[in-house]
Design a protein around this ligand. Structure first.
Ligand code: TXA
Ligand code: MG
Length: 331
């Protein structure tokens, strides 16, 4: 049984109690819904992987209510610490995850960190998420609350459809405002590395940190970050990128002026606004997938989204959605 909890005082308390007991609770953040478990408990964290059907024990993001409690988990020495403090000051609470060396007093379990000597830390912006984290009083590990490899959930209904019966509760705080996951920035190297583009833009980060490397520049020397697995965020219909016309029986994911001739269209943003497009991305993929399949359409044609601001994160998710996936994909 999956309890559906309202984001009021009673609902938040119930969710916090369940988490403290080692149960799985999905909760809304400003980016996407997270599937939360007590990060200090290997058993609780193992349940996340089981519920998601995640193929490997990938490291998870640890959520905390403020920079102070987040940094208590990390080693803040040297330039990493300086940069982390400046970034936290500017972007927390918000859609930025910092990968830092694990601190001596860290309580995050080895499983949540996948045995790495580093930790991913994030202070989300959602009011309900912050209230929940404060009440739990310990780091909460939370990947996106969907079956592994499928489109991330941007409202509680998406979570329910994907995970009902597999998790203990969902704390419903309404739709997510940003709509794509947090930006993951690795601070453990000389130069910060953008492991995943997301809600905080590369331009904003560069303004504060100077040079930032992108792993695509030197993929072979970086440890693989599972968020970078090829097929991910995948709807069941194939996706064709950078469409400039509609071919045959396609549904359309439009950005700005739609292409003529599609039987079904979801417009990310008629006014070509990237914030709006990010917030509507996952819901759009779900809609085109379900409704397109129902109408016998065979593919989703996606128009080009510019490579700037939140466009980088949107393009990244679309590229993954378009990636061919193995036929044995469990999800
Ligand atoms: O917006 C978000 O970040 C959402 C919400 C729920 O907060 N969470 C999320 O978590 O997207 P998840 O597990 O789907 O993504 C975790 C990302 C992966 O790309 C993973 O490789 C990276 O963070 N990551 C976590 N720990 C890491 C570490 N120690 N080193 C490098 N990458 C790490
Ligand atoms: Mg995910």
């Amino acid at each position: 049984m999956t309890e559906l909890l309202k984001a009021d005082t009673a609902g938040i308390s119930r969710a916090a109690d369940l988490l403290r007991q080692g149960k799985l609770v999905a909760f809304g953040t400003e980016t996407v819904y997270g599937l939360g478990a007590l990060a200090s408990s290997d058993t609780a964290v193992a349940r996340i992987f089981a519920a998601k059907g995640r193929p490997r024990f990938n490291p998870l993001i640890n959520h905390l209510p403020d920079a102070e409690s987040a940094f208590a988990q990390a080693d803040l020495s040297g330039r990493t610490g300086e940069m982390a403090r400046a970034l936290a000051e500017k972007f927390w609470p918000g859609p930025l995850t910092l990968v830092m060396p694990r601190g001596e007093n860290a309580t995050v379990s080895d499983l949540a960190a996948a045995g790495l000597p580093t930790l991913a830390l994030r202070v989300p912006r959602g009011k309900t998420a912050l209230a929940l984290l404060r009440e739990v009083g310990a780091p909460v590990a939370a990947p996106s609350a969907n079956r592994s490899g499928t489109v991330s959930p941007s409202d509680a209904f998406h979570v329910l459809r994907s995970l009902e019966g597999r998790i203990d509760a969902i704390l419903d705080s309404g739709p997510c405002s940003v709509g794509v996951e947090s930006t993951v920035l690795d601070l453990t190297r000389e130069t910060p590395v953008l492991l995943r583009p997301g809600g905080v833009t590369l331009e904003e980060l560069t303004a504060l940190c100077g040079t930032i490397h992108h792993p695509d520049d030197f993929a072979e020397i970086l440890p693989s970050s599972p968020g970078r697995l090829a097929s991910h965020y995948a709807p069941s219909l194939p996706v064709r990128l950078d469409a400039t016309s509609i071919e045959g029986n396609e549904a359309q994911l439009a950005f700005g002026k739609p292409l003529p001739g599609a039987a079904l269209t979801w417009n990310l943003s008629e006014s070509s606004n990237l914030e709006e497009a990010a917030a509507r991305l996952f819901a759009g993929l779900r809609f085109l997938d379900a409704e397109g399949a129902r109408r016998g359409l065979t593919r989703i044609a996606a128009q080009t989204v510019p490579r700037q601001g939140l466009g980088l994160a949107i393009r990244d998710r679309l590229r993954r959605a378009a990636e061919p996936r193995p036929p044995s994909d469990p999800s």
